[in-house]
Design a protein. Structure first.
Length: 263
């Protein structure tokens, strides 16, 4: 791409730069002066306790919820100017799966950003959507109503839609939550493929035992940024204990696996 606003023209800009982001729900501060910048081509896990503001961070970055203060830049420009560069996989629980549409239609929606306001998706867009469904093992379910799919299959449909967007920066909100083994494998494969293609992916993630296997970088969040950087440097007992406020148990000292303690 060579048009204004493309990654080529802005190759020195960070895929995502957030400065001073503050968000509140009913006067309760959820995110406070969050600031960070991430490098390109990394798989980044957003890690923190329940209520830390992880999903809120993604929604605020995408303009889905209002922010009290702060600035969000995608390759140096506001998100509103860079929508074509961004893909989003929401929490499965936040989607109305009873809406009468097929898996293929859902994935084809991911092409709308490339078509503009006055063009309807045609044969080319539907073929791209089919190819994306095939990449996540869902091609045989293309014409199945989404309400008839299992939870794991529904999640893979949304992953395929993100692929169809052909984005440069991806946000995924708990894609591994409650999925079956086949879907987990599909997500891991997809993350690897996106990394190979130079994409940048931020993932809200809860399973601390798999963080080192899945992510290059980690953002530790608890209302504010506690730490951010390469996984081997940031994902440590000390940093996790600080992030979780002492509500953390070490499962296996040899593998350094962790689980949050109950409140």
């Amino acid at each position: 791409m060579s048009e204004a606003g493309s990654p080529v023209n802005q190759q020195k800009e960070a895929p995502l730069d957030i400065q001073g982001l503050t968000v509140a729900y009913q006067k309760k501060i959820v995110l406070s002066r969050v600031s960070f910048s991430i490098p390109e081509g990394k798989l980044i896990g957003i890690i923190g306790p329940n209520g830390a503001g992880k999903s809120t961070l993604i929604k605020a970055a995408l303009g889905l919820i209002p922010r009290l203060d702060g600035e969000v830049r995608i390759y140096g420009r506001p998100y509103a100017e860079q929508r074509k560069l961004v893909g989003y996989v929401p929490q499965r629980e936040s989607v109305d799966w009873d809406f009468p549409t097929s898996a293929l239609d859902v994935v084809t929606m991911g092409r709308y950003g490339h078509l503009g306001w006055f063009r309807r998706p045609g044969a080319r867009e539907r073929q791209i959507a089919l190819n994306c469904l095939d990449q996540v093992g869902m091609a045989d379910f293309a014409h199945r109503q989404i309400s008839q799919l299992s939870g794991g299959q529904q999640q893979r449909v949304f992953l395929a839609r993100a692929l169809a967007q052909d984005a440069t920066l991806y946000f995924m909100d708990e894609p591994f939550a409650g999925v079956d083994a086949a879907t987990e494998k599909a997500i891991i494969t997809l993350l690897g493929q996106l990394k190979e293609r130079g994409k940048t992916v931020l993932v809200v993630h809860h399973d601390l035992a798999t963080v080192k296997d899945y992510f290059d970088w980690v953002l530790l969040l608890n209302e504010r940024v506690m730490a951010i950087g390469p996984t081997e440097e940031v994902f440590t007992r000390e940093q996790l204990q600080i992030t979780y406020g002492g509500r953390l148990a070490v499962l296996d000292r040899d593998t350094e696996a962790f689980i949050p303690r109950s409140r």
